[in-house]
Design a protein around this ligand. Structure first.
Ligand code: 1JT
Length: 259
């Protein structure tokens, strides 16, 4: 079933490099015929993301730091001027201080907690609000989560609490936006070696141990996450909203395992 997103326009936030989950999603959306609008966080990412955007044939490559209201206002202004209609919005953004992913959770500072919650959870609310006026045919908002939202995962710490807020936000947004024909869902991906994940304490160890436990006996491929994003953004996903779909080689279902 090719071209599942033909005639649709998708905004993809969170593209930083070729290893970004957002890159895999953008590539899959492109494959399915979507027109792409991509954003980069700041000057430091600009060149890399502009190159990737060109490679993906993106119609626009825009600067947007989701922690800045001015940037979000500017994004809306650009959409208004260009008469953009959005059918899909992909939010693939998270941040926490490195030290907050290494110390015990109880040591989390007020500012570290606020930063992780702002960038990783509140930004979905802000992005949804800004994009809603342009989703005049209805559409789909997607975000990325991780198991640490609902279980204690060593070192995930404040990101787990931020992802819990993100998943709850998905439900409240789905309730608010459903009447406008906008569906809001999260994909909870298995651990993937992205630039963000690299350098996180013991991340390599988690990737090494997971295949022994996960039903599919392997790690998660970003392309699998991207294909689930295609499904959710397409007409095939029309009955699904407010949900968290696990794309994690089945890891999440397991209880006690002896390996
Ligand atoms: C951030 C980072 C968000 C890493 C992330 C993330 N969401 C998933 N990961 C990967 C990961 C990280 C840890 C983990 C399991 C998966 C890095 C900082 C910016 C936000 O712990 C077992 C720590």
């Amino acid at each position: 079933m090719p071209n599942l997103l033909e005639g649709k326009t998708a905004l993809v936030l969170g593209l930083a490099n070729r290893w970004s989950i957002a890159y895999a999603i953008a590539a899959a959306f492109k494959r399915e015929g979507a027109e792409l609008l991509v954003t980069y966080q700041g000057e430091r990412q600009r060149e890399t993301v502009e190159e990737l955007a060109a490679e993906l044939g993106a119609a626009k490559c825009l600067c947007c730091d989701v922690s800045r209201d001015e940037d979000l206002d500017k994004l809306a202004e650009t959409f208004r001027e260009a008469n953009v209609t959005l059918d899909a919005v992909v939010h693939s953004i998270a941040f926490a201080n490195r030290e907050d992913l290494a110390k015990p959770f109880v040591e989390t500072s007020r500012s570290g907690f606020a930063l992780a919650a702002d960038v990783s959870a509140y930004s979905l609310v802000a992005v949804s609000r800004v994009c809603k006026p342009f989703m005049t045919r209805g559409g789909a908002v997607l975000t990325l989560s991780y198991l640490g939202a609902v279980r204690v995962v060593e070192n995930y710490n404040v990101m787990g609490v931020a992802k819990a807020a993100l998943e709850a936000s998905v439900r409240y947004l789905a309730s608010d936006l459903g009447a406008s024909g906008i569906r809001v869902n999260a994909i909870s991906a298995g651990p993937i070696k992205t630039a963000s994940a690299r350098g996180v304490k013991n991340f390599g160890k988690i990737l090494d141990q997971l295949p022994a436990i996960a039903p599919l006996k392997r790690n998660t491929d970003p392309a699998e996450v991207a294909d689930t994003a295609v499904f959710l953004a397409s007409n095939l996903g029309r009955g699904v909203t407010g949900n968290v779909i696990y794309v994690d080689a089945g890891f999440q279902i397991m209880g006690v395992a002896t390996t």
